[in-house]
Structures are given as C-alpha cells and as structure tokens.
Design a protein around this ligand. Structure first.
Ligand SMILES: [Zn+2]
Ligand SMILES: [Zn+2]
Length: 229
C-alpha cells in the first residue's frame, strides 16, 4: 500500500507487466486514481498545431494570432491536460507556495507521454533569478529532470515581472527575456530540440524561448511540450 501525496488515502500501486520485466528503475505511483481522475486530458479534437481549443478555423485563436507575426513559422506544441480547477490548485501550491514535493505528482502526470517524445536536446524554460531565490528550486527542471536528460542552455534576465502575474494582454506584450548561455556548442548537423514548460497559456513565453534558441541554433527543429494547455 502507498499513501497518496495529495489526499493521504492509502492505495494499491499496481505494477504493470512491462514494468515488472523492465531494466529501468521502477517508478511506483504517488497519487491515487481518484486524485488522478481530477486532471482531465485534452480532448482528441484540439488545435492540430498547439493542442488548444479548436475554433471554426483550421487552428485555434492563439495560433491564428501567431500566424500574423510568424507566418508559417508556427511553434508546434504538445500538451496533455486541460488547465482546470484541479490543475490550477496543484500549480498554485507548487509554484506560489513552493511545495517542492508536488514535483513528483507533475512528473508522474507526464512520465509516459514525455518518454515517447524523442529529441536530441530537452531544454527547460528557465525560472527567473528572483523566483529561484524565493523558492530555492527551479519549478520546470524539477518536473522533468528525472524523466529526460536536460540541457539547461536558456537563461532568463533578472528584473522582469513574471508571466503568471499578468493578464492576457500584458502577457502578449511582454518582451523577450530569454538568452542562450555562452559557451554552448552542439556537434550535430540536424537535431531536434524539445522545449519543456508547465503551462501553455498564450504561447508568448514559448515563442520567446524558441526565438532565442533559433537565433543561436538555426539548424535545429524546435518544438515544445507542456503539461497543460
Ligand atoms: Zn489521492
Ligand atoms: Zn493552436
């Protein structure tokens, strides 16, 4: 029996047949099925480019907006869950109140899906120096570091307000705050970079992160992955 991190109930963590005979480290579940069921998967009918809400058009309204700026150079994004009330509460406890233990829950919610997404570099969207100081841990790297090998090549400038504290219009107006850390070279001709973040809201953050990378790594095929959309 295991105790659910979220509700404290005891539950039986089932080990699958594949896991039983796997060479990989066995990961047992840390949340019960009742808690898990509160996080809703994005429905099959979603924006084919970013997993957003489908509109009357080919893409969602966010992507249509980005098309005006980027034309055909849209960022392809993959997300797993709807940002519902349960997810919002989870993220508030994790990020605002700095409950580090919850990184295990987030890790569990994306483990299977992320390990299926092959890339040469997995680049986490960085936390601002101020938030790192405040929380003492990097919220994005902590979710993904046990799942894939991270290349922390992006940095974030200090002294800018966080996206989470802004409304939609302010988010969209925010300026580029990412940069590629110096002395980073890659010895591959063609390669895939997967950007990792927690939530795709307007896409502003991920497009900025993509732009910063694309400038330094023009041969890279860059896409993104987030828990929520
Ligand atoms: Zn539970
Ligand atoms: Zn879209």
């Amino acid at each position: 029996m295991k105790k659910c991190i979220l509700c404290g109930q005891l539950f039986v963590a089932k080990v699958s047949f594949i896991q039983l005979f796997s060479w990989h480290k066995q990961e047992t579940k840390c949340i019960c099925s009742n808690c898990q069921s509160k996080y809703m998967r994005i429905p099959d009918k979603h924006c084919p480019n970013c997993f957003g809400k489908l509109s009357q058009n080919k893409f969602c309204l966010d992507c249509i907006n980005w098309q005006k700026i980027y034309g055909k150079k849209l960022l392809k994004n993959h997300s797993l869950y709807l940002y519902n009330e349960a997810f919002h509460d989870l993220m508030v406890n994790y990020k605002r109140y700095g409950d580090y233990a919850l990184h295990k829950v987030l890790e569990e919610l994306c483990r299977e899906d992320l390990t299926k997404r092959q890339a040469d570099l997995y680049v986490p969207v960085p936390t601002s120096p101020e938030h790192l100081e405040q929380r003492q841990f990097d919220t994005i790297s902590s979710i993904y570091s046990n799942l894939v090998s991270l290349t922390c090549v992006l940095g974030k400038k200090a002294g800018l307000s966080a996206q989470g504290e802004k409304n939609r219009a302010e988010r969209l107006r925010s300026e580029q705050s990412f940069f590629v850390k110096k002395n980073f070279t890659i010895n591959l001709k063609k390669y895939k970079i997967l950007l990792l973040d927690d939530i795709y809201t307007t896409g502003r953050t991920l497009y900025h992160a993509r732009d910063a990378l694309a400038e330094v790594f023009p041969n890279a095929k860059i896409s993104s992955f987030t828990l929520c959309r």
